[in-house]
Ligand binder design. Structure first.
Ligand code: ADP
Ligand code: MG
Length: 329
């Protein structure tokens, strides 16, 4: 007797959601990336109910009615067409999985209007199925509302942490996105209270708005971004923000290169403040390693380490009275 069956799409979407939508913060990351890919200059997010209810409003390109219906289908994307495109990515998204995944584990509505349409359109989705749609009056852009995330996946719901923990993860996601996209204005509200707001008016304003004027004053430029002076050393590594081709990543290689460049300047337990914008030919990296795209594989780790460390070291030590350490170049 044969036993193997192809899974029903509603089940495979829930399984995929387990990877893409780990928690409210990872869902919000996907939604912001979609707004950025649509060239939005303003992104507003309101989060309630521990992150289970989220509303995100952008002023981007929007979608046609046909695209709106397709957007929640698995592997439906406007961002790549061919296999080659995966290795030459210009967008954050390409897997066509986020909306399908989110839709399958929530009650969601999406309203969108693009430049070609006179009116907008809105769909209501319950656990992946469209239950209603209607024409709506709206400005160009997209408005997505998610309610009761994980209502149909009780095990996943049980893994939600305390409100504080979930909200902190969300704040971190929005902050790291805002920092890479300083020409876009971001606003994040948690339980209707604004906790983060940027004007979209360039790097310097963004730093002041997200951190403080003191941080801005103590940041110096080098080839791959900005590094902090000794006046703003931190006691965790969390202030080394690394972006590869505008994608926020946790990269041990880059983190170590930065710390090693400071070398003897760092007291024990102190870490630099740094913002690294490292751009690399998309062919040299693989972002396809994990659905969250947070892990990036370089084709040559040593080159990246040496390049970043020597560039930072050169700038960091050049105006100092301390002599350059002879070891370890
Ligand atoms: P991906 O981003 O990998 O293409 P998603 O599931 O995140 O997949 O989104 C599916 C498609 O829906 C996108 O390719 C895009 O065409 C459309 N879309 C999603 N969000 C937005 C948005 N905020 N504005 C415009 N189009 C969007
Ligand atoms: Mg996407």
């Amino acid at each position: 007797m044969n036993k193997i069956k192809i899974l029903d799409e509603s089940i495979s979407n829930i399984i995929a959601a387990g990877e893409v939508v780990e928690n409210p913060a990872s869902m919000i990351k996907e939604l912001i990336e979609n707004s950025l890919d649509a060239n939005s200059s303003s992104i507003k997010i309101n989060v309630t109910n521990k992150g289970r209810n989220v509303k995100i409003i952008d002023n981007g390109n929007g979608m046609s009615k046909t695209d709106l219906f397709l957007s929640i289908e698995r592997h439906a994307t406007s961002k790549i067409i061919s296999k080659e495109d995966i290795y030459n990515l210009k967008s954050y998204g390409f897997r066509g999985e986020a909306l399908a995944s989110i839709a399958s584990v929530s009650k969601m509505s999406i309203a969108s209007k693009n430049i070609d349409s006179i009116t907008g359109h809105q769909i209501y989705v319950n656990a992946g199925k469209i239950i209603k749609d209607k024409e709506v009056v709206k400005n160009q852009g997209t408005e997505i509302e998610i309610k009761e995330l994980f209502f149909n996946t009780p095990a996943r719901l049980k893994f939600l942490r305390t409100k504080n923990t979930e909200y902190n993860k969300i704040k971190h996601v929005v902050l790291t996105q805002a920092l890479a996209n300083y020409n876009v204005s971001f606003q994040l509200s948690l339980d209707n209270k604004i906790v983060l707001k940027t004007s979209g008016k360039g790097f310097e304003n963004c730093i002041t708005e997200l951190f403080s004027f003191n941080i801005l004053k103590n940041l110096k430029k080098f080839k791959y971004g900005y590094y902090g002076t000794m006046d703003i050393l931190r006691s965790t590594k969390d202030y080394i923000f690394t972006y590869i081709n505008k994608r926020y990543v946790k990269s041990k290689i880059i983190e170590t290169a930065i710390i090693d460049a400071y070398y003897t300047k760092l007291m024990k337990g102190k870490y630099p403040f740094a913002i690294i914008y490292f751009d690399i030919n998309p062919k040299e990296i693989d972002v396809n390693v994990h659905p969250s795209k947070k892990i990036i594989k370089f084709s040559n780790d040593n080159t990246v380490y040496n390049d970043i460390k020597s560039e930072l070291k050169k700038t960091l030590w050049e105006n100092e009275s301390d002599s350059m350490p002879s070891l370890n170049i």
